[in-house]
Design a protein around this ligand. Structure first.
Ligand SMILES: Nc1ncnc2c1ncn2[C@@H]1O[C@H](COP(=O)(O)OP(=O)(O)OP(=O)(O)O)[C@@H](O)[C@H]1O
Length: 329
């Protein structure tokens, strides 16, 4: 089996808040292999972005802190690295793209200058070679007339083009891992599809592993190899994408999938939604955090945190109503 690029084990992140300690990440574990795309899904506030920030060494400390577990990247534990070492990895071996490219791009430099700067920060090349690399990357992400566009300032480009520039910058140092946190949310639907297919194409070409945080289940179904479903700071289900999407085990995953609009559905029918809201992370009880909203809850769900039950190869869900190898009716 190929060695994973990223191997997160039992990661715990706490935040000190006025209402007490919030367990923002609790026992999060997953792996991503070279060229693999793992999608992290779940409602707002369940810990998806915090997982990404932990890998990048960007958990705001204080009030947050990694309090347990390990983040093995190519065998090195990022949770133990000094800030200066982490800075060398960030933007180099591990790259990231975020929701709104305008907040990450500098308005006073041209796109070409910014990509060239990123290249020179992590690779020992001449200014001329870095500029050539910037143009080559702009071409690779499908920007027309890249020699000309390299001289454009971010505000002179459309939102979709800016996100392509961000992807070009992120991939210019040939990272082993790309973290994409809601990379298409600010874009219109057709451009979203183009950006997703660009990411998919590039990871197949370059072997870069991707952790994709998204609400877009269509993109997940199309591109993801694996899916991790998060709820209240925990991964409550994970497995191969088709297994999770076709035979979801956890009642939460089922609710999440049922609430996606479908093209051929009856337009007059109400879209089912998961009742209730995500609980505050400062007052989670002893039992399953989803229990108050769960249609299948029984008394025993209050008693203890459910363990992951294996449903099939590499597919598991944390629900006591599941028995090994069984899918709930
Ligand atoms: N500075 C902070 N202080 C206290 N709690 C915080 C802080 N930043 C984030 N959190 C908490 O951490 C939890 C996880 O947040 P995170 O941003 O990872 O959620 P998310 O799943 O990415 O949501 P979204 O889809 O809205 O981006 C949330 O409950 C949030 O309230």
């Amino acid at each position: 089996m190929t060695q994973p690029v990223l191997d997160i084990r039992n990661l715990k992140v706490d935040f000190m808040t006025r209402r007490g300690v919030a367990h923002v990440l609790d026992d999060v574990s997953f792996t991503v292999a070279p060229g693999e795309l793992l999608a992290i899904v779940g409602e707002s506030g369940c810990g998806k972005s915090m997982t990404a920030l932990s890998v990048l060494g960007l958990v705001p400390t204080p009030p947050g802190k990694v309090v347990g577990g390990s983040i093995l990247f190519q065998g090195r534990d990022l949770a133990q690295l000094r800030r200066s070492d982490m800075r060398k990895i960030r933007g180099g071996d591990i790259a990231m793209i975020f929701q709104e490219p305008m907040t990450s791009l500098n308005p006073v430099f041209t796109c070409g200058e910014q990509i060239a700067e990123a290249v020179r920060l992590h690779q020992n090349v001449s200014p001329g070679a870095a500029h050539a690399r910037a143009v080559e990357m702009l071409r690779a992400v499908g920007i027309p007339e890249p020699e000309l566009r390299a001289n454009a300032y971010p505000h002179q480009l459309s939102g979709g083009m800016r996100q392509r520039v961000m992807i070009a910058m992120a991939l210019s140092c040939q990272p082993r891992l790309l973290i994409a946190d809601e990379p298409t949310t600010a874009l219109d639907v057709t451009v979203q599809a183009q950006i997703f297919s660009l990411l998919d194409e590039l990871r197949h070409k370059t072997g870069t592993a991707i952790v994709l945080i998204t609400h877009d289940m269509g993109a997940v179904a199309e591109m993801a190899d694996k899916v991790a479903v998060m709820y209240a700071g925990r991964i409550i289900e994970q497995g191969p994408a088709d297994a999770v999407l076709d035979s979801p085990g956890h009642p939460y995953t089922r609710g999440l999938l049922a609430s996606i609009p479908r093209v051929y559905a009856d337009p007059d029918a109400d879209l089912p939604e998961i009742p209730g809201i995500v609980p505050a992370l400062t007052d989670l009880g002893r039992g399953c955090a989803f229990e108050p909203r769960c249609p299948l809850a029984i008394n025993a769900c209050h008693a203890a945190q459910p363990r992951h039950v294996a449903m099939s190869a590499n597919h598991s869900a944390a629900c006591i109503r599941l028995k090994t190898g069984e899918v709930l009716a």
